[in-house]
Design a protein around this ligand. Structure first.
Ligand SMILES: *Cc1c(COP(=O)(O)O)cnc(C)c1O
Length: 430
């Protein structure tokens, strides 16, 4: 597909990055379920090393099925390169290590996926990487003030979890670039169908493909995408410009001018820390991607109907979903989310914990479980599950309210979903 750039999103999600002629004309992307690849002979080894021929050695550093997934997300995102890893947390952790390694600092906001929060609050500090937290994600000046000489990146989620708040990534990217650092965004809740962060100045986009991208709740995976625009040569990122022993002492920035970020992770963090995605799981994520736009469109429609239902319900004290809020969230949703703000919302349950327990236990169509972005509708109380490891103080900062229920809306019949919520609300009063 030589002129892939010209195809629309819907075509790329089905066909991007895959040329059947190069794979025995297999219509479906084949699963290269192999740990290693034959080298053939020493002449071929020479050609591979000199990059005169593209090839694979060992699946931890590259595999054709993963390569197609990487090319497909690159096309969907409008980037230059991508890297697939074993989970969303591997994508977040490797991306942050890749820039902040060796005592760098990170600027971040509190409203984050709990795994990312714990990584930033507890694990990275043990490795000498500290975080300057921004208290008010809407106050751009606070981002500017949080950056020090040692700051290597700003990290945010395009839609924060569990607050479901929209982050003004365009203005935050400007602040990052003023100081010569990249903006890394986690775009998991939005997916590239609803938001393309590169269009607003983000430099690196990470995903948990476990969620909306894979879409079926079957497979853990993570993706890191770059657009090749950030200047790693500005003196702040010495490991991109040293003589790299993995490259016969050439520099990552010279060898990979458009893909330095993912190349460095592949060469060092993926190779040495090893969270490689399995070829079979890459295949499942590719299958999920084929229907991304169709699923998301329907899920947004269902979500908007559920939001409408909840907004009329006497047992609901508040709803957090960007396009209906009356605050900055709504303004930001207008700027960033023209096709809807995704399939995840939170609402305040009016009542005691006992009623919340009854509500969750009474759901029949909704699954009571910790995940989002599934074709099945899901419900959870974040304070008791996903975010229960946060201290009480940090729960408040992260917006993890005790009475909040988070819903992730799937593809079921909308009337069945609404009826299910209705009957569970009723049971919670019994
Ligand atoms: C789930 C999730 C992650 C972590 O992904 P895993 O695939 O579970 O490791 C990171 N960020 C966000 C926003 C998520 O929802």
């Amino acid at each position: 597909m030589a002129s892939e750039q010209n195809y629309g999103f819907e075509t790329l999600q089905v066909r991007g990055g895959y040329d059947p002629a190069k794979h025995n004309y297999a219509s479906t992307v084949p699963i290269y379920q192999t740990a290693s690849f034959n080298i053939g002979d020493t002449d071929r080894l020479k050609r591979l090393k000199a990059k005169e021929e593209q090839g694979f050695f060992y699946t931890r550093s590259g595999n054709p099925t993963l390569d197609i997934l990487e090319k497909r997300i690159t096309a969907l995102e409008g980037g230059t390169s991508a890297l697939a890893v074993a989970s969303g947390m591997a994508a977040v952790a490797y991306s942050l290590l890749n820039v902040a390694e060796g005592g760098g600092e990170i600027v971040a906001v509190h409203s984050l996926y709990a795994g990312s929060y714990n990584l930033l609050e507890h694990t990275l500090p043990k490795l000498g990487i500290n975080v300057n937290w921004v208290e008010d994600p809407y106050d751009i000046e606070q981002f500017r003030e949080a950056i020090t000489e040692d700051t290597k990146t700003i990290f945010v989620e395009t839609i924060g979890n569990p607050l479901i708040n929209v982050i003004d990534i365009g203005r935050i990217a400007e602040v990052a670039h003023e100081r010569g650092i990249p903006l890394i965004v986690d775009n998991t809740f939005a997916s590239p169908y609803l938001l393309k962060p590169f269009d607003f100045g983000a430099d690196i986009v990470v995903y948990s493909s476990t969620k909306t991208l894979g879409g079926h709740g079957s497979t853990l995976g993570g993706l890191i995408v770059e657009n090749g625009k950030f200047n790693w040569n500005n003196g702040k990122f010495p490991n991109f410009t040293i003589d790299d022993y993995k490259l016969q002492n050439k520099k990552v920035v010279d060898e990979f001018p458009n893909s330095a970020f993912t190349a460095k992770i592949r060469l060092h963090y993926l190779s040495d820390f090893g969270a490689v995605l399995s070829p079979f799981d890459a295949f499942l994520i590719i299958q999920g991607l084929e229907t991304l736009s169709v699923r998301v469109e329907r899920e947004v429609k269902n979500t908007e109907a559920i939001v409408e239902f909840l907004s009329q319900h006497p047992q609901v004290s508040w709803i957090s979903y960007p396009t209906i809020s009356n605050d900055k969230n709504k303004e930001l949703a207008k700027k960033y989310f023209h096709k809807g703000a995704g399939s995840i919302l939170s609402f305040g349950f009016k009542g005691e914990q006992e009623s919340i327990n009854k509500f969750l236990s009474s759901l029949k169509v909704f699954s009571f479980l910790v995940n989002v972005g599934d074709s099945k509708s899901l419900a959870v109380q974040p304070s008791e599950t996903t975010h229960s490891s946060l201290s009480d103080e940090n729960k408040i900062k992260a917006g993890v309210f005790k009475e909040a229920i988070r819903l992730s809306i799937g593809l079921e019949n909308i009337e069945d979903l609404i009826e299910d919520l209705k009957q569970a609300f009723k049971k919670s009063l019994e």
